[in-house]
Write a protein that binds this ligand. Structure first.
Ligand SMILES: C[S@@+](CC[C@H](N)C(=O)[O-])C[C@H]1O[C@@H](n2cnc3c(N)ncnc32)[C@H](O)[C@@H]1O
Length: 224
């Protein structure tokens, strides 16, 4: 299944991250198609303004409804969209994103639109009329929704079948059902001496080739 992702943002240049590593490979394999849209391009203001002061007063500016509405129309996800299309708004107070959401979206969503907020936030009518899910990536406040959008996209795309070389590797990591693989990892050299003279060693048992003992060690050292 191919997934189409559209990102609605004031800062398209941030998304160079999608041109490296796994996401780049997923795009080259034609498993995912990612398009970035500048909210300003949809503004009907002659100065391409996209923000205004909040009704009722309060600090800062609010991202306006009009350009976002026009962008969603351009993307043809309003007034009608399929049940396999989801529109997410990034918001610090939204539902906390996790691996189960990522898995669910990777398996069941064909089209994803991510709206990146900015300033004090987004005119709430965007949530009331267009958005399926308001998503937070953690209990802290960032400047804009671009980093959250990257986090959400990365966590989904790597779980789409065919994206990672060995599809089993996504079952054997933190926050999957298969927690028995979450033990500490080490690689060569087994002994590393720092310039200050400290010796940093790999647990001896892992280097001795006794598979039964190694398995026991792994189970005893699972990170939960
Ligand atoms: C400066 S924040 C707005 C904070 C807002 N006034 C508040 O108190 O919740 C601007 C934008 O960044 C994004 N953002 C910031 N922190 C986020 C988080 N933890 N998760 C998701 N989006 C976040 C949202 O899109 C938000 O509209």
């Amino acid at each position: 299944m191919k997934m189409r992702i559209d990102i609605v943002t004031l800062f398209p240049e941030v998304f160079r991250y999608f041109d490296i590593s796994i996401i780049k490979k997923a795009k080259l394999k034609n498993i995912v198609n990612i398009n970035i849209h500048n909210i300003r391009d949809f503004s009907e203001d002659k100065h391409r303004k996209v923000d205004d002061r909040p009704y009722g007063g309060g600090p800062g500016m609010v991202l306006q409804l009009q350009p976002i509405y026009k962008c969603l129309k351009f993307l043809a996800v309003y007034p009608n969209k399929s049940s396999k299309t989801k529109i997410i708004l990034t918001k610090p107070g939204g539902v906390l994103w996790n691996q189960n959401f990522a898995k669910d979206f990777a398996c069941n969503v064909e089209r994803l639109v991510l709206i990146c907020g900015h300033y004090q936030g987004v005119d709430n009518r965007v949530s009331e009329y267009f958005v399926d899910l308001e998503v937070s990536i953690g209990e802290y406040v960032l400047t804009g929704g671009e980093i959250p959008a990257m986090v959400i996209v990365d966590s989904i795309v790597r779980l789409i079948p065919g994206v990672l070389g060995n599809h089993l590797s996504t079952n054997k990591e933190t926050y999957t059902d298969d927690i028995k693989y979450n033990y500490p990892l080490y690689t060569r050299p087994s002994v590393f001496t720092t310039e200050e003279g400290y010796t940093l060693s790999v647990p001896k048992i892992l280097t001795e080739g006794n598979h039964k003992e190694i398995e026991k060690w792994k189970q005893q050292n699972i990170n939960l």
